[in-house]
Design a protein around this ligand. Structure first.
Ligand SMILES: Cc1cc2nc3c(=O)[nH]c(=O)nc-3n(C[C@H](O)[C@H](O)[C@H](O)COP(=O)(O)OP(=O)(O)OC[C@H]3O[C@@H](n4cnc5c(N)ncnc54)[C@H](O)[C@@H]3O)c2cc1C
Length: 344
């Protein structure tokens, strides 16, 4: 059977694209290499996009404040509006929506090759008019199409239980000794539990995470039960040089859509999935694949400016990570909750 669209990856980018295109009556196949949704993630989602959470039971905590710590542990508070979700359940909700709209998801099916007019996976070949690469930071769709590896940060996280997190507050720590090139996060998931993780651009994230948790003064607050260890990566090199080529679109992390400074990528993956879905429907309705290039134009219009700024800040961050003194002095210019980040 020929599909109208083959989506590689059932993360937020893939499932949102698939649901939208399937809801317009087109035949959509999703190939997902895992047997269920389980992208490693801290699950903080800011409430600034027009998107309804598929199921309220996925929300682990409501967030109203971000507290950012300088290396000397002085801090800056910023009001915001978001929530922490159970990422596997959140993604499964989006995948279920795609299935309800008529998309077929083949679990445990990994893309192996792009072939003329379709894709090859372990169990066979599927033909499709349009291919959507929504297969994350190490996108096989992109590498098979000749794209270079993206710059990425690596992360490690525990879900700690029996601890005392600050309620409704995401905590972010900048310190060269605990998170070179990145930061440590504590995201509450309940009264006595939180996801505590670290993202770094060099070294082993788990070693840094252990060091943070077991150091004074954090041990006092974080010496609880370690559960659910996860590790993963996210792109920090900004948008790829091309997001659409021929009948292939790259969406979400596979296209470099996580913020190069914060690493947040869920909202952009959803937003890009919606834009990809709408553009694909337009192209299929008019049988004109040239229309697909509108996807890239729209994404660049939305993300190029903030990403240009974030990439400049990323460069400065890389320099400032040479010492805690530099970080201490320059953090307000480098982190999104400070007014100085947005100046000029
Ligand atoms: C530890 C960690 C914490 C994070 N915390 C946050 C956070 O709090 N907030 C936030 O906004 N962002 C966070 N991010 C980033 C966020 O997870 C990503 O930006 C987001 O998941 C991107 O969605 P996506 O759909 O593009 O890709 P993904 O969610 O990565 O989904 C890609 C899917 O493709 C599948 N796949 C991969 N290769 C193949 C293949 N060859 N064939 C078939 N399927 C394949 C994968 O199994 C996966 O299901 C975090 C990332 C990490 C690593």
């Amino acid at each position: 059977m020929e599909h109208d669209v083959i989506v590689i990856g059932a993360g937020p980018a893939g499932s949102v694209t698939a649901a939208l295109v399937a809801s317009a009556g087109y035949r959509v196949l999703v190939l997902e290499k895992n047997t269920s949704c389980r992208s490693p993630c801290a699950g903080y989602i800011s409430n600034n996009i027009n998107f309804e959470i598929p199921d309220n039971s996925v929300v682990q905590s409501r967030i109203t404040k971000m507290r950012t710590y300088f290396p000397d542990l002085s801090f800056h508070d910023f009001e915001l509006n978001g929530f922490v979700v159970n990422r596997s359940l959140f993604d499964m909700g989006l995948a279920r929506k795609a299935i309800d709209e008529g998309a077929i998801i083949r679990w445990g099916s990994s893309l192996q090759e792009l072939v003329t007019g379709g894709v090859k996976f372990r169990e066979g070949v599927a033909m499709g008019k349009i291919i959507v690469g929504a297969d994350g930071v190490f996108s096989k769709t992109a590498s098979l199409s000749g794209f270079k590896k993206q710059r990425f940060a690596v992360c490690a996280q525990y879900h700690l239980k029996g601890i005392n997190p600050l309620s409704h507050t995401c905590e972010i720590f900048f310190n060269q000794e605990y998170a070179p090139g990145g930061y440590v996060w504590i995201y509450p998931t309940g009264k006595d539990s939180a996801k505590v993780g670290v993202g770094v651009t060099q070294g082993y994230p788990r070693a840094y995470l252990e060091k943070f948790i077991s150091s004074t003064p954090f041990l006092e607050r974080l010496g609880g039960r370690k559960t659910e260890y996860i590790t993963g990566a996210l792109p920090i090199g900004g948008l790829r040089e091309k997001l659409c080529y021929g009948n292939v679109l790259l969406v979400g992390d596979s296209a470099g859509m996580a913020d190069p400074v914060t690493g947040a990528g869920i909202n952009n993956a959803i937003l890009a999935g919606e834009i990809a879905g709408k553009t694909i429907i337009k192209a299929l309705e008019s049988s004109d694949m040239e229309i697909l290039s509108e996807y890239e134009t729209k994404i660049r219009r939305l993300l190029e400016r903030p990403f240009t700024r974030a990439l400049e800040k990323r460069k400065m961050l890389d320099v400032c990570y040479a010492s805690n003194e530099l970080l201490q002095e320059n953090l307000p210019e480098l982190w999104v909750t400070f007014r100085q980040y947005w100046n000029n």
